[in-house]
Each structure stands twice: as C-alpha cells, then as structure tokens.
Write a protein that binds this ligand. Structure first.
Ligand code: AMP
Length: 352
C-alpha cells in the first residue's frame, strides 16, 4: 500500500491528470506529472511537473526516482518511453499495449466474447478495396493509433468516396458503420485483489466525434444492455490483471451491445461522478493504484447531465452557475481553440 503522504507520478498533463491530482490531494498524496507540453493544465494542482519529451530517458528516470507509484492519464504514451518507470506503473502497461492499437483492442475484446462492428486492417489501397468489398459501406476508416475525439477518422459513404480518399500513411482499420439506438460506456474500478465496482452507465451523445453530454438515467435503450456490457468489461479487466479505472464504450443496438473502444483510464463520460457519485472515478483510481479500499460508486441524485464545454463556449461559462444544482469545472486552458475541451458542467437533477 502507498500510504497517504506518498508521491504519485502522473504521465500526461491534461484535464484527466488535473482532476486525478485534485482527488489525490484530498487524501494527502502529492502528485508530480510528466508531460512534453509546456502549456499543460496539471501544473496548477501538482507539486512538480517534468516538462520533457517522452524519449528523454534521463528525465523519465529522474521522475521515477521521486515517485512511489506511477499511473497515466493519457494512453498514447509511447511504449518505449516507459522503461524507467516500468516497475512503478499501475495499471500494468499491458493495458496500454492493448488499448493503443484499435485493431489489437478489437481482437482482444472479441477473444473474450465481445462483439465489435465488422472490421478489417487497412495498410494499403488494396486492403481498403478488399475491406469495402467484404464489409460494405457506409463505414469509417480510422488510424489504428493516436486517434481521439473523432480525430484520425474518415467516413466512407460509398465505394466511390473511397477512391477519392488519400490514405493517411499510417496503419488503419476500416469498420462498418453501426446503426445504434444510443451510445454508453461502462466505467469500472478494479482493485489489486480483483474487487470490481461499477458506476451507473450514462447515455452519451457525441457531436463531431467528441462527447457532448452524458445523462442519467440513461433510458431503456441503454439500460437493457448494461448487464451484458458489464460482464464483458469485467472480463477485460480480469484478463489484463487491471488495477485502477477502466472504460469500455459501447453502441446500444437492436442486437445487443456492440463494443466500440476501450480507454485504460478515467474517462470523460465519468466526469459526472465528481459530484454525482458517492466516490468519483478519480478518487477510486487513486485508491486502487495506492492499494486502498475502493469507495462506494452509487449515484447520489435521481438525474445527472454532464455537458462538455468546448472552444469559445468557455468564455461565458459562468452562466452554468445560474442553476444552483450545477457545478462548473474549467481546466485552466489558456487557448480556447475550436474543438478543444475547456471544461464541463455537471447538473444534478433532483426531480428527474
Ligand atoms: P471513436 O473515436 O472510435 O470512439 O469514435 C467517435 C464517435 O464516432 C463514436 O462515439 C460514434 O459516435 C462515432 N463512431 C465511431 N465508430 C463508429 C461506428 N463503427 N459506427 C457508428 N458510429 C461510429
């Protein structure tokens, strides 16, 4: 067990790390972060930040020296960068290896009995034509690595569209477009002893490939799939020997839950848990990686709506507080670029 007072290292400098560090501070831990970004948003709430490239093994070794445990908030840390912190990493880095590559991830989940949209690897134009022939259109071509929030994705409506597409020069996967009734995620925390706790699943609405709202109750179209989706998420966590918070995203379809992707970390669709659950995803992640008992995950209000605040909408974000049941989170990002997640608002709905 890493006792409160110990030092937690966080790989990555974004809002997930910021909220993790805030939960850790509440329990008396000190956090230090490692990120290549000088304009990171963890600096405000961390004891120290190492601003160095992922390939700077000396800096990473110096960082490791200061930590009792190291976790990540960003899953695209290059695997080669992890050697100096390997022995301190929780969850085990095998979770990163699996989740960094969309193709591996889908194969892994299918081996455990999950169902993904039909997919095929695409490394060349011939592969793409073969995939279109086999899977059909419409579909989405996605880079296998480094995609997030709908980036590195191209929708293909007809085979003719494919002719005009210039391949991104990185390994891709083509997947059939799923006709879904709703989207939802399963977020769980698993302890080193294998205990698993789940938060309620929200209905997630995306805009331009990015999460827009997460809502509870999730509604009938989602609720009927939660038990099956949780069984799969639990199997994934057990198979990875996972310790910490793990997220699996699903499409709710007439034929059951279809696995979309996994995130081996706390997740945007779990931000509502800060005020909306007895224990937040951030606190339980810290508890799990430090070997403390997991906290109660139950939802505290009958309804919840979490809305992401994106780009320029952050300029007048204070209006969210006109409703006394709404909590505002801004991540302290200086530049409100279009499509950049700047914060979120969580409304607790008491008369849902
Ligand atoms: P991803 O980054 O893969 O989670 O994709 C972002 C969003 O794009 C998803 O949450 C869906 O709204 C949509 N999307 C991605 N893949 C598919 C698919 N195969 N079928 C339908 N919608 C998809």
């Amino acid at each position: 067990m890493i006792k409160p007072g110990g030092t937690i290292g966080i790989l990555g400098g974004g809002q997930l790390g910021r909220m993790m560090a805030m939960a850790a501070a509440q329990m008396g831990y000190r956090c230090i972060a490692y990120t290549p970004e000088a304009d990171n948003v963890v600096g405000d709430v961390c004891h120290d930040v190492f601003v160095n490239g992922w390939d700077d093994t000396l800096a990473m070794a110096a960082f490791a020296q200061k930590c009792d445990v190291v976790t990540w908030e960003f899953e695209n840390v290059p695997a080669g960068a992890l050697a100096p912190v390997d022995a301190l990493l929780v969850p085990h880095p095998r979770a990163l290896e699996t989740a960094q590559d969309r193709l591996n991830e889908k194969r892994f989940v299918e081996r455990l009995g999950g169902r993904a949209a039909p997919f095929a690897p695409v490394d060349s134009r011939t592969d793409l034509m073969d995939a279109l022939e086999r899977i059909g259109t419409p579909g989405i071509l996605k880079t296998r690595r480094d995609g997030y929030d709908g980036k590195g994705q191209w929708r293909i409506g007809t085979s003719r569209d494919a002719e005009g597409i210039s391949l991104p020069g990185a390994p891709c996967v083509y997947e059939g477009l799923v006709e879904f009734d709703a989207e939802f995620s399963v977020i769980l925390a698993r302890s080193a002893e294998g205990q698993k706790v789940f938060w309620d699943s929200t209905a997630n609405v995306h805009r331009d490939g990015m999460l827009h709202t997460s809502t509870l109750p999730a509604g009938r179209l989602v609720e009927c799939h939660i038990a099956e989706a949780r069984r799969l998420a639990g199997k994934v966590a057990d198979a990875l020997g996972y310790v910490g918070v793990l997220t699996l995203e699903f499409f709710a379809t007439a034929n059951g839950p279809v696995f979309n992707e996994m995130a081996p970390r706390v997740h945007n669709s779990g931000h509502w848990t800060i005020e909306g659950a007895a224990t937040s995803q951030f606190e339980n992640h810290i508890r799990a990686i430090c070997g403390l008992p997991l906290g109660d995950t139950r939802t505290v209000s009958p309804g919840i709506v979490m809305t992401n605040i994106v780009g320029q909408d952050a300029d007048d974000a204070a209006h969210w507080l006109d409703d006394p049941a709404t909590h505002l989170h801004l991540y302290g990002k200086a530049k409100a670029r279009e499509g950049r997640k700047m914060g979120h608002a969580t409304q607790l709905v008491w008369d849902a």
